[in-house]
Design a protein around this ligand. Structure first.
Ligand SMILES: *Cc1c(COP(=O)(O)O)cnc(C)c1O
Length: 391
């Protein structure tokens, strides 16, 4: 029996992170200092994008992304039910409508066949934006979505909240080869953290300018874009062009992000090693294990196992409680977005997206994080084997 509880995720923090915060503290630039720029440059170098914009969360980055793509009242956004609510809420902030495409049973990412069928079927009510989600850090087959976006003229926001450091066909997620904007989350459960935080990457200069204005009230300080006629431009002058928000990241958070990014290779290596071990040890049990997209590298933000057996929903709860008694705290990703009361109010019902619903009713995300020791991983594996020898 292990004394300390094992949770499904844990940030990878050490003294170097603490020191990065101390240095900002001493500089007195708690926010809007030089660290934001530095972090944005480093993220762009890492994912190979032209531009990056930091936000105080991925949720605000998603809101800004939709705004920057011209998404307006009554426009339509499609995403998957198997995600965190923020992937859909970004449309609602702007008065838009949300609809869903179910996931495929194998990768748990958007079902591309269903997407193309729905695009053919809806004729007029085409989406303005499709938000794809790299579930658990496993990249979506973004090139295929991109092809459809050209035919049906929608924009793509890749919600890569789980996937900083992931690769698809040798392209870094975030390089925006097959999407307009990529979003990363820096919440403490994600690959690297800034406390709260998010990033949007893009290769489009104009989109990037709107993203940066949106995070700071819709304000620009760049005289290239000023609209008022002014003869004597004063240093302190600035203009607000549209209604933005205060969605800025602090310099403290950015400094932490810069330090965390230095460790991302080791973080990914460790997560992948744990996943490989789970893959090997859990084979042969009545479980569907995570299945990677071809030619991709996953961040393994999550390691969800799906029980493939009769009465899987009963077994799900039983296994959850069995593991909890042993100090292993698993979780479910995700309660389908369309079944939250807020979305039911908009007409969504049970059985509408059966693959996502079954996944929610039969899966558990196992603990996976960089400093989860192999001793603990073995303990988790043995506990699961123990459970299935009795059930
Ligand atoms: C975590 C997460 C978000 C929201 O991220 P925040 O930084 O907490 O706002 C959005 N989408 C997905 C898929 C997530 O997992």
């Amino acid at each position: 029996m292990i004394k300390e509880k094992i949770y499904y995720s844990k940030p990878y923090l050490d003294n170097s992170d603490l020191n990065s915060l101390k240095n900002v503290f001493k500089s007195n630039f708690l926010t809007q200092g030089p660290k934001i720029n530095e972090f944005e440059k480093k993220i762009s170098q890492f994912v190979n994008s032209k531009h990056s914009t930091c936000f105080n969360s991925a949720t605000s980055a998603l809101h800004a992304a939709c705004f920057s793509l011209g998404f307006k009242k009554n426009d339509i956004l499609w995403t998957v039910p198997n995600s965190f609510v923020a992937s859909a809420n970004c449309a609602r902030y702007l008065g838009g409508k949300v609809d869903f495409i179910d996931i495929d049973q194998i990768t748990k990412n958007i079902d591309i066949d269903l997407l193309s069928k729905k695009l053919i079927k809806v004729k007029k009510n085409l989406p303005k934006i499709v938000v794809t989600v790299d579930f658990g850090g496993n990249p979506v087959l973004q090139d295929k979505i991109y092809k459809l976006s050209k035919k049906y003229k929608f924009k793509i926001v890749e919600d890569a909240s789980h996937a900083l450091g992931a690769k698809y066909k040798n392209y870094m997620v975030g390089c925006c080869k097959w999407c307009d904007i990529t979003i990363f989350s820096l919440h403490p459960v994600k690959t690297i953290t800034t406390g709260e935080g998010g990033i949007a990457t893009t290769n489009d200069k104009k989109i990037d300018r709107i993203l940066k204005m949106f995070r700071t009230h819709g304000i620009t300080k760049d005289n290239l874009y000023f609209k008022n006629k002014i003869n004597n431009l004063k240093d302190w002058y600035f203009e607000q062009h549209f209604l933005g928000f205060n969605y800025r990241m602090t310099d403290l958070a950015a400094a932490l992000g810069i330090n965390q990014l230095k460790k991302i290779k080791i973080i990914l290596k460790k997560r992948n090693a744990i996943a490989k071990y789970y893959d090997k040890c859990l084979k042969g049990l009545p479980l569907q294990l995570p299945k990677l997209s071809p030619k991709s590298l996953s961040t393994y933000h999550l390691y969800p196992i799906q029980i493939i057996k009769k009465n899987s929903n009963i077994l799900q709860l039983k296994l959850y409680n069995f593991l909890k008694k042993r100090g292993i705290i698993t979780n479910v990703h995700y309660l389908p977005i369309h079944l939250h009361p807020y979305y039911r109010q908009q007409g969504f019902k049970e059985k509408q997206f059966p693959v996502s619903e079954l996944h929610a009713d039969s899966s558990l995300s196992l603990p996976i994080y960089p400093d989860l020791s192999f001793k603990k991983v073995k303990y988790i594996v043995n506990s699961i084997k123990d459970f299935f020898s009795k059930n």
